[in-house]
Structure formats: C-alpha cells, structure tokens
Write a protein that binds this ligand. Structure first.
Ligand SMILES: C[S@@+](CC[C@H](N)C(=O)[O-])C[C@H]1O[C@@H](n2cnc3c(N)ncnc32)[C@H](O)[C@@H]1O
Length: 274
C-alpha cells in the first residue's frame, strides 16, 4: 500500500478530514477484501433484489453500486467524510434510486425497513474504528454484511521477523505502545486459543478482562483481525492488506485491552498488568 501524507500546513479540521480521506483510499488497494465482500454480498442477492440496502460509511460506494446492479429498489449510501462524500455524490448521485447522504451513521434513520446493511467498520484491532455505530443503530436491518469478527493475538520472536533496524534497544522505547505495521510479519503465531475480543452484530463486543500469556514464548506480542460472517472467518490481517498486523514489545505476562467510544472513532487503552 502507498503511504499518503499531507505535507503543507492546513487548518486542523481540513487536515484531519483529508488525512482520514487519504487513509481510506488505501482500502481500495486491497483486492482480496473486495472479493470477499463481493462474494458475501452475492449470497444475499435475493434479499437485495427489490429490497432496501444501506451502505454505512460508503466511501466511494463500490458496494452500493453492486447492490444497485443486483436490483435493489433503493440504496442509501451514507458517508460523513466530506471529501469521500464528494466522490460518492459524483459517482452515485445520478442514479434515481440512490440517496447519497452526508451524515454521521449514528444519526442516520432510513425512511423504510432495511433489508441489507453493508459496512466495513473494522479497525486493525477489531473495534478501534466504527463498529460501535452498529451496536447503537437507531434501526434494525434484516441482514448485516459482515456480521462478526475476532481480535486474536500470538507471540513471535524479534529474530523471526528478521528486521535489522528494530533491535532490543529500539523495542525498549516502545513498551506499552501498540504499533501498526513498521515491519513485515508473514509468520502466523502458532497458538490456537488466542482470542482477545469478539464482536457479533446484535450481541456487541465481548473483551476478555485480562489475558495471561505467561506460558507462551516470544518477545513480540502480535494482534490480528479476523472478519467473520455467520460464524465463519472470511478474511484476516494475514490475507487482507487493509488491516495491518499490530504489535508491541512484550513487557509482562498479563495485559488488558479496552475500547471506548471517542465520538468519532473508538479509542484503545492497552496496559500490562503483571
Ligand atoms: C473502510 S472505509 C469503507 C468504505 C466502503 N464501505 C467500502 O467498504 O469500500 C470506511 C468508511 O466509513 C466512513 N465512516 C466511518 N465512520 C463513519 C460514521 N460514523 N458515519 C459515516 N461514515 C463513517 C469513513 O469515512 C470511510 O469512508
């Protein structure tokens, strides 16, 4: 994925909205994610045909367009970022049965019953983006795509990564910090029972109070996302480049991770307890 940065000074609000816009463009580099979403949406072609579809956080609206092509009677494409909204309006505004809505999804109330809701509100740590919105919807869709997810963890050794820049003295500075990317990690940690948090539409988020890794070996703690639908993993941070692997140097045997809504995105609190 390209790294997109704004280099000139801009008023803070504009800078923030443009940074989010640039970050979300990266979503479209991830071909695998697109395939998986399309495959899942196709399974609901009967519900979409003649039905009402909402895409929350519609971005450039590729799945709204797909719903239209599958015969949706009406599509609401809801987007709060002003720059993404401009693109969305330009691409989908011409369709008679599409409403392009510039609004925070939390405040969006459709006029009709919703057959299918499509979203991608997953963050690299599962709940660190906008899944909270789906737990607080002012309406109840019949189908949500996708409707679940897991945050998993495992341990690796720095030597397994083979990065020459990040050595112990560098890691020391990053204790207690969750870092996305920085180096390539292709190895999957070999642990089975390693779920930190689960989310299901209608049931919300469940997070373990504390996680004990005392019996596991490794000096890097790694987190990864699994996107799920109807209880099955449909993609993960290992296959879908949109979600970076997240790591932190191990500085204990027991940690906790918490999520709280910040009004725009969910914030993450991470702490070593022992
Ligand atoms: C990861 S992109 C997904 C775009 C598109 N749904 C797709 O899957 O291709 C997430 C989009 O949701 C938007 N978004 C995030 N939180 C939102 C909220 N509370 N209300 C409306 N849009 C939101 C972001 O601005 C971004 O465009």
């Amino acid at each position: 994925m390209l790294s997109l940065e704004i280099l000139n000074s801009l008023p803070f609000k504009r800078y923030e909205a443009l940074s989010d816009f640039l970050a979300f463009i990266g979503v479209y580099d991830d071909e695998r994610r697109r395939e998986v979403w399309e495959g899942t949406i196709l399974k609901y072609r009967d519900a979409i045909n003649g039905g009402v579809v909402v895409e929350l956080g519609a971005g450039f609206g590729i799945f709204s367009e797909m719903a239209l092509a599958l015969g949706a009677k009406k599509v609401y494409a809801v987007e709060r970022n002003p720059y993404a909204y401009n693109v969305l309006k330009g691409r989908l505004g011409r369709y008679r049965n599409v409403r392009v809505v510039k609004k925070d999804a939390l405040k969006f109330v459709p006029l009709e019953e919703v057959d299918v809701l499509i979203h991608d509100f997953y963050g690299p740590l599962l709940y660190d983006e906008s899944l909270y919105v789906l737990d607080n919807l002012p309406f109840t869709p019949r189908v949500v795509i996708p409707n679940g997810g897991r945050l998993k963890m495992g341990l690796l050794n720095l030597e397994d990564i083979g990065d020459r820049t990040v050595e112990e003295d560098v890691l020391e500075q990053l204790k207690g910090v969750l870092v996305a990317d920085l180096f390539e990690i292709n190895r999957r940690p070999e642990v089975e029972e390693n779920t930190v948090a689960t989310w299901k539409f209608g049931q919300g988020l469940k997070v373990e109070d504390s996680i004990n890794i005392g019996e596991q070996l490794g000096n890097l703690l790694l987190f990864y996302l699994e996107v799920m639908h109807n209880g099955k993993v449909i993609c993960s941070s290992f296959e879908c480049t949109n979600w970076p692997l997240v790591w932190t140097p191990r500085s204990g045997d027991v940690f906790s991770i918490r999520f709280r809504w910040g009004g725009d995105f969910a914030r993450v609190d991470f702490e070593w307890l022992m």
